[in-house]
Design a protein. Structure first.
Length: 1004
């Protein structure tokens, strides 16, 4: 069991001051009440009073007593001297040199109720139980656990023991929690299942290793044959019949994490694990293996069906372009006929047809009508003619999907499920006799003309199948139909509070959300707030020079004047120049290694087995791997065969075993925490505001996790790295989404699932990221959603009071909020928000359910009505508050600047992501985010040092100017590496370089 979980710097800083306390900390921990003053007043000598007061407040703040005067920050001494009215310049060193300090420590323990860790068995038991609960729930990273243990001890007035004691305690608790998990998983197996797992690792039988490896393989190509192979693997997983029932009481996150280790570890590495860990690891794998395999199958099936439909649409478009000349001729003839009928008053009343046919022969008109009928199509028609040519391949593909992927349905997908069930029972899908009675409720409107007759029954079986293919594709995308079992493609409602669990937790949920369970209380408050906002903005409209009302097509619209560029005073330009010219020049390896040393984020990169790396020069190997991924250059440019830490096998080992989404997130959290503590960062923001936007990347054509968008990817496919940054310029989280999925599906998931110590309360996005529902959901969760409104002219305002007069806004505020719909569903709205807040529901799945436009659920309708109130409040503030618009613009500009830096860093291979697998894409873009955070933090450190030097030189910058500096700059950074111009002596003397060994894949 490892006992050292902290870096040397973290160990040295344990229970000591980390720089100067903030103003809030000074006010909270270093304030003396009357009881403190009376006790301090009994001491003789200012130095004794000062020393005693420092010891007292340090114990409250640190949970420990300083051991030397050098540890005490100047701001602490100044605050204590000022409060106690001591003589300026009182020397605290005299106190440490005296002998009274030891007696004072006992007095402080008695006065404040402090106890020693070793003497307080009750506190040790409570702390152990609390830490054990955290470990059992999956939150068992040692560094954060040690920090939380220290905070708990301080809050409970227990003096901190030595750092080694806390490290060993955390290590023992983590070990006990893991052992209990392994035992739970093993005891949940039957004797037969345990025997079958043991048989996988029989000595000398390598075939079982190969079988296990084959079961874990994920599809890697966007091809039907790849889907068929994967469905064979899915059948093999089911045939293995080793899916044990999940043991009660084991958290799903803990089980999934252990299963993830089993999915990516080599079978030989699993085989050498000690019992019960080995059996538990394989059991966890089979707990989730079928669900993970179904996820992969559903994702690939969705992609292939999308390609089928989009390919037919493209072919139909080309066919229409080729027939455009024929359509033009027919249209011109029919145009001439219409012109003759409408404009020639000389046509005889009774024999006008004969006269018409003399000028325009009847066969020509009939031929033109036939061409128009054959070529022209309704606007919403489907490319059935093109799809019909692909019937054979499409039929086999969809047959495999429907018969081998197990699905279930939410209420919105019941009709699709019924159609799938019918198709599974029919052996010949092209037989009209067998398909005549198929259920038709799931057929999209655009397909009805092809598939159904006038009685609403199937008339074309092939058109019916293509209609269900289209319906299934859309239903699986929004999770109306979902994989069962499944994780990413599973039931998005799974985990929602209901029944007894909801009844028992409803009061706690309401308090956590800061909302009332009484609908009328919240509705009355919102009604009052909306009415006041309307009246306030309407009353100021005449004085608002940025606001005007224009009438376009008989409709009144709001027009808001765009913001002008902020003026830059000469002193600000001079400060920027002074900072830029002083920034040290460095390359990516220099920056990563330095930030690694300053923040200790290398400790976050644990092995798949969750152990710390013990190899020599691990930090260098990790840095090289991160540079290769972030710069998109691969490992070749950073490999150095003569240096063990930079050999290809070492770097490959690091990349496969240490670079994972969870380790990247933990490393980012360490950088964000260190960055937030810099003094200069406080000028930029407190971390309460964040923004989210996406970067687009082209991926290989074989990538499954990808989507088309000609605007960004041309004729290729791509992914979007949707990421969130705080107003401190630090990246908080990121997600890789296929194509350009609607941003609002992702923004809430990023906010709820980010793991840094910052907790943004206001989220700013671009226009594309908002919908009515997301406004409501953000408000329920206690967040403020503040998107930029680029299309405010067409915005619709909503009102509750129909009789109120809001001046010029009366012509715009014509939307009516359905208050009764909100009132009737209020309990379910609180239940939904509480399930998200407590982590029972995944935000991305919930947002998919809420984004249904054609058949929204009642809950989605109620949430949209609530969101319209919040959206209207946002619009009113947006048009009335110029500084508010400026704040949004500034934050979004910060995000755009970060993306420009990201393009400079991610320069290799034309900036394209070359991994076709979702996990590889997530890891590479996660590493890019880590590199960006490292650059921002490194820049901020040296900017702070520059400001300090300027202040010492007698030209201190103004705080307002520091606030407009940006740590996102790169002119001083070399992203391209350095070239080596040395030549080996043997080559310089006319010799040859040694040839590579063809049988060694690790030689560079």
């Amino acid at each position: 069991m490892p006992t050292r979980h902290l870096t040397d710097a973290q160990r040295q800083g344990f229970a000591r001051f980390d720089g100067e306390p903030s103003a809030d900390q000074l006010a909270r921990y270093f304030h003396f009440d009357q009881t403190d003053r009376d006790l301090i007043g009994t001491l003789r000598g200012d130095h004794n009073r000062l020393g005693f007061a420092v010891m007292l407040t340090s114990a409250r703040f640190l949970g420990a007593f300083p051991v030397s005067p050098a540890e005490i920050p100047a701001s602490v001494l100044a605050a204590v001297i000022e409060q106690l009215a001591l003589e300026p310049g009182t020397d605290v060193e005299a106190y440490f040199a005296g002998s009274r300090r030891i007696r004072h420590l006992a007095l402080i323990r008695t006065h404040c109720g402090f106890t020693d860790f070793g003497d307080n068995a009750v506190a040790r038991f409570r702390l152990t139980r609390w830490l054990y609960a955290l470990c059992w729930s999956g939150d068992d990273r040692p560094g954060p656990l040690i920090d939380r243990a220290a905070a708990w001890l301080i809050a409970n007035k227990v003096l901190l023991p030595g750092v080694t004691v806390v490290e060993r305690l955390v290590g023992r608790i983590r070990d006990r929690a893991r052992t209990r998990l392994w035992c739970h998983l093993v005891t949940s197996l039957s004797d037969d299942q345990r025997a079958r797992i043991a048989a996988l690792f029989d000595d000398g039988d390598t075939s079982t290793f190969a079988a296990l490896d084959a079961l874990r393989t994920i599809p890697s190509k966007r091809m039907p044959t790849e889907l068929f192979r994967h469905l064979d693997r899915l059948d093999a997983v089911r045939a293995f019949n080793l899916r044990p029932a999940p043991p009660r009481g084991v958290p799903a996150t803990t089980l999934e994490r252990l299963a993830r280790v089993a999915r990516v570890s080599k079978p030989s590495a699993i085989a050498v694990l000690q019992e019960p860990r080995r059996t538990a690891t394989v059991a966890a794998l089979f707990h989730t293996l079928e669900a993970a395999a179904q996820d992969d199958a559903a994702e690939l099936a969705e992609a292939l069906l999308a390609d089928l439909v989009k390919g037919a649409e493209a072919a139909d478009k080309q066919a229409r372009l080729r027939s455009l000349r024929d359509l033009d001729g027919a249209a011109m003839l029919l145009h001439a006929m219409g012109l003759l009928v409408l404009t020639d008053d000389g046509l005889p009343l009774n024999e006008w047809r004969n006269v018409l046919f003399e000028r325009l022969p009847r066969p020509d008109i009939e031929a033109a009508m036939s061409k128009v009928e054959a070529i022209a199509k309704p606007a919403e028609t489907k490319p059935y003619d093109q799809l019909r040519t692909k019937w054979r391949g499409a039929r086999r593909l969809f047959f495999e999907i429907t018969t081998r992927i197990e699905i279930d349905a939410a209420p919105g997908g019941k009709n699709v499920k019924a159609a799938i069930s019918y198709l599974k029972g029919v052996d010949d899908w092209s037989s009209l006799a067998k398909m005549r009675g198929a259920p038709t409720a799931a057929i999209p409107k655009a397909w009805r003309q092809h598939a159904l007759d006038h009685e609403g029954r199937v008339r074309d079986p092939k058109a019916y199948v293509f209609a269900i293919i289209d319906a299934w594709r859309l239903a699986i995308k929004r999770r109306d139909v979902f994989a069962k079992p499944g994780i990413r493609y599973g039931d998005p409602r799974r985990g929602m509070l209901e029944g007894e669990s909801w009844h028992n937790s409803r009061l706690m949920v309401a308090r956590a959300l800061g909302r009332s369970l009484e609908a009328d209380t919240e509705i009355d408050g919102l009604s009052r707030l909306l009415d006041e906002a309307y009246r306030h903005v309407a009353g100021r409209a005449g004085d608002n020079l940025d606001l005007r009302f224009e009438t376009v097509a008989d409709k009144t619209q709001i027009v808001v004047t765009p913001l002008d560029k902020l003026d830059e005073p000469e002193r600000l330009r001079a400060l920027r120049a002074a900072v830029q010219t002083r920034m040290p020049k460095a390359g990516m390896p220099d920056i990563l290694l330095e930030v690694m040393a300053r923040t200790g984020f290398a400790k976050s990169f644990t092995h798949l087995s969750e152990r710390q790396a013990t190899v020599e020069h691990f930090e260098i190997s990790l840095c090289a791997t991160l540079v290769g991924g972030a710069c998109n250059i691969g490992l070749e440019p950073v490999v150095r065969p003569e240096f063990a830490a930079l050999r290809r096998d070492r770097l490959s080992w690091v990349g496969q075993n240490f670079i994972r989404p969870e380790t990247i997130a933990a490393a980012n959290a360490a950088i964000v925490a260190a960055h937030s503590r810099l003094d200069i960062v406080q000028h930029w923001g407190a971390g309460e505001v964040a923004s989210a936007d996406g970067m687009r990347f082209v991926v290989p054509s074989s990538a499954i996790h990808a989507g088309p968008n000609p605007k960004y990817y041309g004729q290729e496919r791509g992914v979007t790295w949707y990421n969130m940054i705080s107003n401190q310029f630090s990246g908080l989280a990121g997600a890789v989404i296929p194509g350009t999925l609607r941003d609002s599906l992702v923004v809430l998931a990023l906010l709820l699932e980010q793991e840094t110590e910052l907790e943004p309360l206001e989220i700013m996005t671009d226009t594309a990221a908002y919908s009515d529902a997301i406004f409501g959901l953000f408000w329920l969760l206690g967040y403020r959603f503040s998107p930029r409104l680029a299309d405010i002219g067409g915005a619709k305002l909503w009102r509750i009071d129909r009789q109120a007069s809001y001046g010029q806004f009366d012509e715009i505020a014509w939307g009516r909020i359905k208050i009764n719909l909100i009132r009737e569903n209020w309990s379910d709205l609180i239940r939904l928000a509480g399930s998200l807040k407590l982590g029972h529901l995944k935000a991305a799945g919930v947002m998919r359910m809420l984004q249904v436009k054609d058949r929204p659920t009642t809950l989605a309708k109620a949430l949209s009505e609530l969101g319209r109130i919040i959206k209207t409040l946002h619009i009113l503030r947006y048009i009335d508050d110029r500084p508010f618009r400026r704040r949004i613009l500034v934050q979004l500009n910060r995000q755009e600047l970060r993306h420009k830096l990201g393009r400079r860093v991610h320069h290799g291979d034309r900036g394209e992501i070359r991994s076709p697998l979702r996990q590889g894409q997530e890891e590479q873009l996660g590493v890019l985010g880590l590199a960006l955070n490292s650059i921002v933090h490194w820049n901020a450190v040296y900017m702070q040092e520059t400001v300090r030097q300027l202040s010492e030189a007698g030209t201190p910058p103004l705080p307002a100017d520091i606030a407009r500096l940006s740590p996102i700059s790169w002119r001083h950074i070399n992203f391209l590496g350095r070239y080596d111009f040395s030549v080996p002596d043997a080559v310089a003397n006319g010799g040859l370089r040694p040839l590579r060994q063809p049988n060694s894949k690790w030689d560079f």
